[in-house]
Design a protein around this ligand. Structure first.
Ligand SMILES: [Zn+2]
Length: 418
C-alpha cells in the first residue's frame, strides 16, 4: 500500500482543488465551478468513485449543519459541511474507529474575504489530498476496524467543522482511538531562514490533557506519567511505524499540542478526550501561508501549487497510510494492564488481559528510560504476564497487542495493581 502512494495523484487532487478559485468557508455554495460548495462536491465525487471499487464497504456523504453567525470570523449564518468517507471494518465486534483528517477550506490575508482568489495548495489542499489518496488505496483493502477519511470546512473560521465532528463523536460515544490530522504538509522549505528539507515531518502532541484534573492529575504527578498521555503515546506510535515503512523520512516529535499559540483541527478531539495529533511539514514558509497572491519587493506571495514538493508529500502521505493501516489491522489494546506493587522488588512484574477484539499472536512489553522520548526496548511474549529484571523505579513500561502479521495496537501504560 505504501508503494502505491503516488505524487502524480496527489498533484492532480491539489491542482483540481486550487482551480476552484477559493474554498473560503464563507464563499459561494451555489456555483459548480468555484467556492467551498464546489470543493465539497468535488471531494464527494472522488470518494463516490472509490466507493464503487470497495465492494460496498466505503460510503461517503457531505455532513452538513447550520452554523450561526458569530462575533469572530463568521459574519452570517452558513451551511457548514464536512465530506466524510467511512470504510466499514470487517469485524462486527470491533467498534474502533481511526480517523484521518485535513481541511478543505482556506483563506486569503483576510480570513473573512470570501470572494478573492485563495489557492490554498499547501494549507490545506495538501492534507485533503493525503486524505483522498489514503482512501483511494485503502478502500481496496479490508481492515477489522473502521477508518474514517474526512475533509472538513471552517478550520480557518475557528476549527468549526472539526468541532462539529468531534462533538458528534463524543455525543454518539464513538470509540475513536486515533485522529491523524494533516495540515500544511507538502512544502519543503522555510521563509527567512531558507532551510530546505524533505526528509523530516513533525508530529505535535500534548502531554497532559485538559481532562487530567484532580485525582487523575495527582496520580500522574506521583507516577511521573506527564509524558505518557494518549496523544503523546499516539505520537510515539506514529514515529515508530512511519519510520518503519517510509524510507528517508524522520518523524520528529514535538512536545506541544500545536505550533506556538496556533491552532488546528486535532484540538477539538483532544479537548473531548480522544487521542489526536497534528502532522505538519518540518519548516513553514510564511510567504505562502494565509497570503494574497501578489509580488512584493521581488518576493512571490501566495499558497501556489508551484511551491509544493510532491515527492515530500508522497512520503508524508505514506507515513499516514502506514500508521492507519497498522492501527486498523492490529488487535485492540490489551486490557487491565497492571504493574504489581505488593512487595518491594527490583524486578518489574506486569500482567494484562487479552484484547476485546482481534487475533493475537502475542504482546510487546516496551521499556524506556524516564528521560527517553521513545521506547528503547521491545520484548515479545505470548503470555499474559511478564517479569523484567529492570526496576520500575528507573524505567517506564507499556504493553501492546500484536497479531500474526506484526501489526501492533497502541501502547497501554500499566495501572497500579495491588
Ligand atoms: Zn491549515
Amino acid at each position: 500500500m505504501v508503494k502505491e502512494v503516488s505524487p502524480d495523484s496527489l498533484k492532480s487532487y491539489i491542482t483540481s482543488l486550487v482551480a476552484l478559485g477559493t474554498r473560503n468557508t464563507l464563499s459561494t455554495q451555489t456555483n459548480s465551478e468555484r467556492g467551498i460548495g464546489a470543493a465539497r462536491v468535488w471531494v464527494l465525487n472522488k470518494f463516490n468513485d472509490l466507493a464503487k471499487k470497495s465492494g460496498g464497504r466505503l460510503t461517503a456523504f457531505i455532513d452538513t449543519t447550520i452554523y450561526k453567525a458569530d462575533k469572530n470570523r463568521v459574519s452570517r449564518d452558513i451551511i457548514l459541511g464536512n465530506v466524510v468517507a467511512t470504510l466499514q471494518g470487517t469485524d462486527p465486534n470491533d467498534k474502533r474507529i481511526f480517523l484521518i483528517s485535513g481541511h478543505l477550506d482556506n483563506m486569503r490575508s483576510n480570513p473573512t474575504d470570501s470572494t478573492g482568489d485563495a489557492p490554498g495548495a499547501n494549507d490545506d489542499a495538501s492534507g485533503s489530498a493525503a486524505v483522498i489518496e489514503c482512501a483511494r488505496i485503502m478502500s481496496r483493502h479490508s481492515f477489522p476496524a473502521t477508518i474514517i477519511f474526512i475533509t472538513v470546512s471552517g478550520e480557518e473560521q475557528g476549527l468549526l467543522g472539526a468541532a462539529y465532528m468531534a462533538n458528534k463523536a463524543k455525543t454518539l460515544g464513538w470509540d475513536i482511538e486515533a485522529d491523524l490530522n494533516n495540515d500544511i504538509m507538502g512544502s519543503n522549505n522555510s521563509s527567512e531562514t531558507k532551510i530546505i528539507d524533505n526528509t523530516r515531518i513533525r508530529v505535535f502532541s500534548e502531554g497532559l490533557s485538559v481532562l487530567d484534573t484532580g485525582r487523575i492529575a495527582t496520580n500522574i504527578r506521583n507516577l511521573g506519567l506527564e509524558n505518557d498521555g494518549k496523544a503523546r503515546q499516539l505520537a510515539r506510535y506514529v514515529k515508530e511505524i512511519g519510520e518503519r515503512y517510509v524510507e528517508n523520512l524522520e518523524v520528529v516529535m514535538v512536545y506541544r499540542n500545536d505550533r506556538f499559540l496556533r491552532g488546528g483541527d486535532h484540538s477539538p478531539y483532544v479537548q473531548r478526550g480522544f487521542a489526536a495529533v497534528r502532522i505538519t511539514e518540518m519548516n513553514e514558509n510564511y510567504y505562502h501561508q494565509h497570503q494574497n497572491v501578489r509580488m512584493e519587493e521581488g518576493i512571490q506571495y501566495g499558497d501556489l501549487v508551484e511551491f509544493m514538493d510532491f515527492e515530500y508529500l508522497r512520503k508524508n502521505t505514506a507515513m499516514n497510510l502506514s500508521n492507519l493501516a497498522s492501527l486498523a489491522k492490529a488487535p485492540s489494546m490489551p486490557q487491565e494492564v497492571k504493574v504489581e506493587v505488593k512487595k518491594l522488588t527490583n524486578y518489574t512484574y506486569l500482567s494484562w488481559k487479552a484484547p476485546k477484539t482481534g487475533k493475537v499472536k502475542g504482546y510487546y512489553v516496551m521499556m524506556r528510560e524516564t528521560t527517553s522520548a521513545f521506547w528503547q526496548k521491545k520484548f515479545f511474549t505470548a503470555d499474559l504476564e511478564y517479569r523484567l529484571p529492570f526496576s520500575k523505579d528507573n524505567y517506564f513500561f507499556a504493553v501492546q497487542s500484536v497479531n500474526e502479521t506484526g501489526n501492533e495496537s497502541l501502547a497501554v501504560v500499566p495501572g497500579v495493581g495491588r
